[in-house]
Design a protein around this ligand. Sequence first.
Ligand code: ADP
Ligand code: ASP
Ligand code: MG
Length: 448
Amino acid sequence: MSKLTVAKFGGTSVADHQAMLRCASIIKNDPSNRLVVVSASAGVTNLLVRLTQSKVALPEQAEIIEAIRKIQFNITQHLNCKDELNHSINNLLDELTTYAQVQSTSACSRIADAILSFGEQMSSRIFAQVLQSIGVDGHYFDVRNVMKTNSLYGKAVVNTVELHQNCQQQLAPLLTKQVIVTQGFIGQDEDQYTTTLGRGGSDYSAALLAEALDADDLAIWTDVVGIFTTDPRITDQARSIKEISFGEAAEMATFGAKILHPATLIPAMRHNIPVFVGSSKEPDKGGTKIQQKVDSAPTYRSIALRREQTLVTVKSPAMLHASGFLAKVFNVLAKHELSVDLITTSEISVAMTFDNPTGSTQALLNSTVVQELEQLCEVTVEHGLSLVAVIGNKMQKTNGVGSRIFDTIDGINVRMICHGASEHNLCFLVDEHQANQTVEKLHSALFA
Ligand code: ADP
Ligand code: ASP
Ligand code: MG
């Protein structure tokens, strides 16, 4: 069979008609692009998130839904088939209205996921028509037919065995005849309820589909010309990296480089599928190739930043020469499904960090969990911290890495340091308000 590339377009790439047309040209210019995975148009998922909250008054619901309709109709008005398409968008928005009303009176995570799925449901229908408008035989496919998950709403886990079987049976035959446009981010559980894979999850969906279809490569089209030495929004000194290994890029994604959802590279690595990251605005400018083997393995590759970290320090003299104390602490955390990110220990205290993307972790750590931990030890919880990760190669075996990094940021209060567990990173916590400054200083010292 001819080459298969899975192409994923993020929110800004499908934000408006011009943006969608640029993406459609990318598909048209390379016939190997046969499966297209789209995110919701920029801004739509954030609007939907507002509808997932409880007690949203009816006028506000209507206002949000109108704002979504406007974003989508601004695109469809440029298409010949706009009446038919607007009709199907309106049907979806009617369905959304019903869900929003239910959610506002009795909020639950199952309905929240149903609500969140509408952005991708709409953008994929529209993008298939944009492809048609430039002469590409693009067809809509509902990913929920193949992307089967468990019922952990908001962060559903995909059944990769079922996904593989379903893709081979349902999608592979279609891909020999036409270009298929489907949704990132969403799936379906055993009870046929819609699920979502977590914010930013479309990258991960695309990688899972690439794996299930034995694709030759995966292209992630976004708003920047590849993966940079750090987030280009933090410093204009950041520059695009031509080639990077799976290990380094996975580490970047894990440590907060928003360019890729943290799980994206897991399927790609499992199946050795090279990943390209480029800008749909400037496709000719190239981008970053992520693959197993790369020519260079520099000590310093990039700097990632993850904001909103919570640091919990537990302290007890009972820890001294005693066994079992940490097990008790981790039992409490496991009971509340809290996952610890980084950990450092001293004789009588342990410091742990928690990622806090949604705020629910913060709520838990402020109340129930602290009370339970306080039965065992003294507990301190601190918010407002950022995790800086310097990513590279053989960092734990290279002399002078620590001094170079910490001399550079002399004067900035470093709260916790983790080094040595991974050969690919050295990371530490700083106060949120010093985070950008820390990254800028390090970037100019390590990459100038
Ligand atoms: P999409 O909607 O296409 O998925 P995202 O907004 O999720 O796009 O990710 C792209 C953004 O990631 C960029 O605009 C950039 O600000 C941010 N980013 C963070 N770290 C990096 C990095 N190391 N290289 C490039 N972009 C980065
Ligand atoms: N639309 C979803 C979000 O905004 C998924 C994605 O864009 O990857 O989180
Ligand atoms: Mg993204």
